[in-house]
Design a protein around this ligand. Sequence first.
Ligand code: SAM
Length: 185
Amino acid sequence: MKPHVCPWWLGPLLNLPMRRWVQDPVRILSPFVREGMTVLEPGPGMGFFTLDLARLVGSTGQVIAVDLQPRMLAGLMRRAAKAGLDARIETRVAAAKRMGIDDLKGSVDFSLAFAMVHELPSPQDFFAELAPCLKPNGCVLMVEPAGHVPDDVFVDQVKAACAAGLVLSERPKIWRSLTAVLRQG
Ligand SMILES: C[S@@+](CC[C@H](N)C(=O)[O-])C[C@H]1O[C@@H](n2cnc3c(N)ncnc32)[C@H](O)[C@@H]1O
């Protein structure tokens, strides 16, 4: 079955302030992100996590946000400009089967894939493209919505990451979520 992509007009719903009560971006991201880091965020939507990522990497860091839908990225950049964070964020429009990130090889400290892997045509191809971009000991935090994504599908997603050379290192607790931190060896 073809995966369903979250339509761009649902973008503002994903950014509702009350989501922060149960999925606080700073609490979720702080263990992984430091000033000066390069962060890759595939599937950012309208940037629920992106603005806090940009705050955490500071003026010496960079966030690269790659989404299939230009309207999601436009919404993200409107919010970033309002917050004065747009200079720290680069956006890229992905193709369904490729993000187009070959130039990032070996340069990414941290990647956040939040509620997006189940929308991909091939998690295998996704992780095969992402893994070489991570620095040694760099990691991906993959988070999927529990219930919406069945446990066995999540297990297959983790297997796809491991097949690309990543190693499962932690499973942080996030409200109503299946989680995996996958580290570059
Ligand atoms: C459910 S939304 C999650 C947005 C955000 N991560 C959040 O948690 O609020 C999934 C996002 O992944 C994007 N997406 C789907 N397929 C993609 C692909 N092949 N490459 C990049 N982004 C993709 C969608 O356009 C959408 O913005």
